[in-house]
Write a new protein. Sequence first.
Length: 275
Amino acid sequence: MRYFYFLFLFVGILFTGSSQTDSLKKKNKQWYFSWGYTRAAYTKSDLHFQNNSNKYNEFTGKTDNYAFTVYDAVAQDRPDFHQISDIINITIPQFVTRLGYSFNNKWGIEINYDHTKYVVNDYQKVRVKGHVNNNYFDQDTILDPSNFLHFEHTDGANFWMINAVRKISLLKPNKNFEASWVLKPGAGIVFPRTDVTLFGERLNNDWHVAGWIVGFESGLRMEFFKHGFFEFVGKGSYADYVNSLVLGKGNGKVRHHFFAGQLTATIGIKIDTKK
C-alpha cells in the first residue's frame, strides 16, 4: 500500500497537459474547510529507546538507565470507525481536517491535519540490542506488553502540514459541477501523544512536538453547487520522530522514522471572499 501514492503522482502529471476550459477565468478568492477519515499503512521502523536520567523507578525498584533498539518493528493503523455513534464521537476514529485558501482557480495553500494512529503489533518477534541498567543483550525477543513493551501513537501520530495546492480542471459541464485533479506537496511537524508500556510501567504521555514530516497528496476533487466539494486522495509521507516521550517529560525518549501511505475521503464547504 505504501507505493500507491506514486500512482497518484503519475496520473496527476498526465493530467497536467489536459484541457482546462475555465482555468483562465478569474474567480473569487475562497476559504474552505473539509473533514473526513483516513486509512494508513506504515513501513517497518527501528525504535531507539534511551534514558540516562538514573531516576529511581518505584515499579522496578531500580534506577532507570537504558539504551536499546527494537529493529524492524511492524506497526499498523487503528481506524476505529465502529466507534462513530454520534456527533460527540466523531474525533475517535482516524479523522482528517483541512483549512485552506484559494488564491484563484489554480493555486492555493492549506493547513493539513491527519489524526492517524500508529500501533506497534504486540507479540511479534524482533531483534533487540542494547542495555538495561548495565545489562547488555542482543537477541530475538517477543514484544510482550505485560513484561517488556507495548508502543503506540494513538491520540495520535498527528501529522500537521502546510501544503501548496495546485488544482487542474478536468471537467466542468455546467456552473454547478466541476471535477479537478489536486496536487499538494507540503511539510510540517509531528505532534504525537505516545502511549507506552515499558518493563511493566504504562504511561499515556503528554502531546509533544516530536519531529518533522514531508509528504505529497494527490487525487480527485469534485465541486458541486456553490459551496460544496468532495475529495478522494492518496498521500505518501516520511515522518521522523526525533524525540517522542516515553517515561515522562525529561526522562525517557524514543526515536524512530517511517514512510506512510494513506487513502483519505473528505467533504467540505467553500466560502467566497469579496472581490
